[in-house]
Design a protein around this ligand. Sequence first.
Ligand SMILES: NC(=O)c1ccc[n+]([C@@H]2O[C@H](COP(=O)([O-])OP(=O)(O)OC[C@H]3O[C@@H](n4cnc5c(N)ncnc54)[C@H](OP(=O)(O)O)[C@@H]3O)[C@@H](O)[C@H]2O)c1
Length: 246
Amino acid sequence: MTAMAIDTLVWISGASSGIGAALAAAVPLPGAHVVDISRSGGSNAEHLPADLADPSSWAAVEAHVRARVGAFEGRRAVFFHCAGVIDPIGPAGAVDPGAYRRNVLVNAAAPQALGQAFLSAVAGLDLESHLILLSSGAATTVYEGWSAYGAGKAAVEQWVRTVGAEQRRLARGCRVLAVAPGVVDTAMQERVRSADPDAFPAVGKFHDQYAADALRSPEEVARDLWSLLDRDFDSGAVVDLRRLAA
Ligand SMILES: NC(=O)c1ccc[n+]([C@@H]2O[C@H](COP(=O)([O-])OP(=O)(O)OC[C@H]3O[C@@H](n4cnc5c(N)ncnc54)[C@H](OP(=O)(O)O)[C@@H]3O)[C@@H](O)[C@H]2O)c1
């Protein structure tokens, strides 16, 4: 018996935890090969170890994507960018500077650099391609204590609007989306709830949502994210997953 031919190549940054792990655990496409880009790995996907706070890792990811799509005979390539970090929580000027620099690199710089790497690797190939980057309500709501996180997500959204317009001009452009998933029951939310109210004055809102059982499960969010491949959004759209029609 021959192995099923690979029809879809999938990269998921941050598939070692939370939403990315749920995406990797519930791939709805037969014949998909999934690669997890993270430090820890541990999902059922192939692991490409990378510390995305280290800019030298971005070129390694680019080389990996380019080599795989170059030799690919399937029909679709998908990149979900889920890697993100909330720390350090606290006012700019009062938090650990090294942790702040890492936050800026992971949340603001890596999505743009990896997104551009994916677009460059698939450019001109006869492939259906999707690039989906995780954003957050923090892109537009001011949360004191989350300056680099919120600014990183705002950067993701404007990058997607701009790149989406560029891709719409192309005959076989990539479908590029930014997606805010809502409040999801992951390790990141545990970290949010553990924050000191002096560092993060809005922490009570997140305790209240947890107490009201209002968090979405990573599995439910993963199903919605996979469904985006078949939904009719223009490249460049910023999608609020909570408003997705059933
Ligand atoms: N949970 C929510 O309520 C919520 C709400 C809005 C938006 N989001 C967004 O959704 C995405 C996923 O969040 P989550 O809640 O699933 O978080 P999570 O459970 O904390 O997972 C974060 C993922 O990011 C990866 N990551 C963090 N720093 C990294 C680094 N330096 N290099 C490589 N990978 C790194 C982690 O992998 P390693 O530690 O193995 O490297 C992990 O797989 C994030 O972009 C987040 O901002 C989440």
